[in-house]
Design a protein around this ligand. Structure first.
Ligand code: ZN
Length: 340
């Protein structure tokens, strides 16, 4: 058992007066654990619209979009989907068709967010260039949000790279707040972008058996990633927190979304809007993390507390990592860095 968690257990047995003193100083950490019947909550976010990974052509992008949007909407999952508008302009003559892919999300009532124009990593550009990527990245998406009477309010950092140092990070966060954006954090990261490239390659070869094998490995890893997040929540907060799940717009997720949703169903989760998830006090935890490491918010909170990560992460299967590396090296993404 985790030592910090054990300590919290003991404190709940303390006399009432002592408990009040404890509560006043460290309220979030002392919130009681969920009762067995209490349902977990998770907000779904989907990155890299219109398509994550190496582009596989408009026809497949269209089918993927239709299927993923239908899967999300039919389950009434209140997702937020993040756009890289540079993808609208990668093939001359396809601009309208690619805008139509984004429109399909908004038409289904799925909120769109800003993931910067060209998915550059924060540490590879200046603050001014990064901010320009935000402004340029909202041009079409904002119009679509207006057309479908949806809010437009969230920002997701590409690669979860929140800035090279605390000063730059803070300056950028002020810029975001001034423009009306709320940052979308992540607590569950199933590394789907890696599995998705291997899956798309199997699909391109019509290899159904390989697609099934990749999907099975993905779901097993995903389940371990949820367990990891739950364990981390208990380790840091002594209670379950409302989670934010990171997914990407891919054939892997389009064709396996129901299975993904069942992973959460089996654990008793409800899908909630991102705004509700962010009401959890956990997201107000101190966070002075400043590194280009694309880690979840658990690692950031833990680093801020000065505690090394004591919750070992699951590892994707070696053959998936190797296949991803091979495919990625053979044909890099068309948008710089759009693999994540
Ligand atoms: Zn991304």
């Amino acid at each position: 058992m985790n030592v910090r968690r054990a300590g919290r257990r003991a404190s709940r047995l303390a006399p009432l007066s002592a408990l009040f003193i404890c509560l006043a100083s460290t309220l979030p950490a002392l919130a009681p654990p969920a009762a067995a019947e209490e349902r977990g909550e998770v907000a779904v976010t989907i990155d890299d619209l219109p398509q994550n990974g190496r582009e596989y052509g408009l026809d497949r992008m269209r089918k993927m979009t239709e299927r993923l949007v239908r899967a999300v909407a039919s389950r009434h999952v209140p997702a937020v989907a993040f756009v890289n508008e540079a993808q609208l302009f990668t093939v001359p003559g396809e601009v309208d068709e690619r805008i139509a892919l984004l429109d399909a999300w908004a038409a289904a009532g799925i909120e769109l967010g800003n993931h910067t124009y060209a998915h550059r990593s924060f540490h590879e550009v200046t603050l001014a260039q990064y901010e320009e990527g935000v402004v340029r990245g909202e041009t079409v998406t904002k119009l679509l949000a207006e057309r479908h009477r949806l809010p437009y309010r969230y920002f997701r950092h590409p690669y979860l790279d929140t800035g090279p140092d605390l000063e730059t990070r803070t300056a950028f966060e002020k810029f975001l707040a001034d423009r009306g954006y709320t940052i979308a954090p992540v607590t569950i990261d199933p590394a789907d972008w890696m599995f998705a490239v291997v899956y798309a390659d199997a699909k391109a070869h019509g290899d159904d058996a390989a697609m099934k094998k990749v999907a099975a490995e993905y779901l097993a890893y995903f389940d371990a990633a949820i367990s990891h997040a739950e364990t981390y929540a208990h380790s840091l907060f002594g209670r379950p927190i409302r989670h934010v799940l990171l997914l990407h717009a891919s054939e892997l997720n389009a064709e396996n979304f129901d299975a993904v949703a069942r992973l959460f169903d089996r654990r008793g989760y409800t899908f909630v809007p991102l705004a509700r998830a962010l009401e959890d006090e956990a997201y107000r935890s101190p966070n002075t993390f400043a590194s280009d490491a694309g880690v979840t918010w658990f690692e950031r909170w833990a680093a801020t507390r000065g505690s090394a990560a004591d919750v070992p992460s699951p590892t994707p299967p070696a053959w998936i990592e190797e296949a991803y590396e091979r495919l990625d090296a053979a044909a890099p993404a068309r948008i710089p860095g759009s693999h994540n």
